[in-house]
Design a binder for this molecule. Structure first.
Ligand SMILES: [Zn+2]
Length: 293
């Protein structure tokens, strides 16, 4: 799919995880690839020329194909750069322990082709990549999913690449050690104010045209957060521990087979518990047992 200078390299199954939709942005002087996917790693696209790799954030599926481009700069937001410098750096972003960490390391390397690099180039909010011929890519820092997660706005085609603000029915993912629910909510509010002609996501929603269609999807995506919170408050009409919350599942469905579901449920829902307790909507009936007020 082509949007001016930007081509969407649609992954298998429309880019549904673990696949994704990378962008190729061709200026008069340089070509950049955004978030090289597993399909890029496996050579499914004929890419004649790539001068830079731009990564929206450091997660396994977004950096899978970086290793195909060992001789060009890899650009990350400065907050996520430690994740590409080493496998340990990447694992710190997730924050898993014990057997989940061990199993996930293997998957990241074997299935996602993770390639570390000691010298990524870092960017900050507002930085611009000038690819020549009027084609420019502007960074919009949009943290929450990870600390450094960023959007890219491609001018003048007016394509806003949203990375993992992916507008999916799964909803916002803030289940890593380096995720933040509060930051994610600020990012969603920011996204609501950003105007573009095309909105592109890494996963299967792909490209949305026009602000009205984008806002409709963004609102549905955002509503998943309040829905998780509402279900949590309902569950805590009876006193429960965080372990009970994890076992009940609010992020994944009980039937979903996901190796890291427990730590993700714990990290995600503990952020809800903390803020509900801070605002007086939950209280501890005894140490570690929570009840809706
Ligand atoms: Zn991600």
């Amino acid at each position: 799919m082509r949007l001016g200078a930007t081509t969407v390299l649609v992954g298998e199954r429309g880019g549904k995880y673990p696949q994704g939709n990378s962008l190729l942005i061709e200026g008069a002087e340089e070509t950049a690839i955004v978030d090289p996917s597993v399909a890029v790693a496996e050579g499914r696209f004929d890419l004649a020329r790539v001068d830079r790799v731009l990564n929206s954030h450091c997660h396994e599926d977004h950096v899978a194909g970086n290793g195909r481009f060992p001789d060009v700069p890899w650009h990350f937001h400065e907050a996520d750069a430690p994740g590409i410098r080493s496998l340990d750096g990447l694992m710190a972003i997730y924050g898993f322990d014990g057997p989940v960490d061990v199993a996930w390391r293997r998957i990241v390397v074997d299935q996602f082709h993770f390639t570390s690099r000691p010298d990524p180039t870092t960017f900050r909010d507002g930085d611009v990549f000038d690819l020549g011929g009027g084609i420019r890519v502007r960074v919009v820092h949009a943290p929450g999913h990870t600390r450094g997660h960023s959007f890219f706005h491609v001018e003048p085609d007016d394509v806003l690449y949203l990375g993992d603000v992916d507008l999916s029915s799964f909803g916002p993912y803030y289940g890593d050690a380096w995720s933040s629910l509060d930051d994610f909510e600020r990012t969603l509010a920011l996204a609501r104010r950003l105007d573009a002609r095309w909105y592109a996501t890494f996963h299967h929603v792909g490209v949305v045209e026009g602000r009205a269609a984008f806002l409709e999807r963004l609102d549905r995506f955002t509503a998943v957060i309040s829905d998780r919170e509402r279900r949590l408050l309902e569950f805590l009409r009876e006193p429960h521990t965080l372990d009970d919350v994890v076992a009940h599942r609010f992020v994944y469905r009980p039937q979903d087979v996901v190796g890291f579901a427990d730590p993700v449920e714990r990290r995600s829902m503990s952020q809800h518990v903390e803020r509900l307790a801070a605002s007086g909507r939950l209280r501890q009936v005894e140490r570690g047992r929570w009840l809706a007020a």
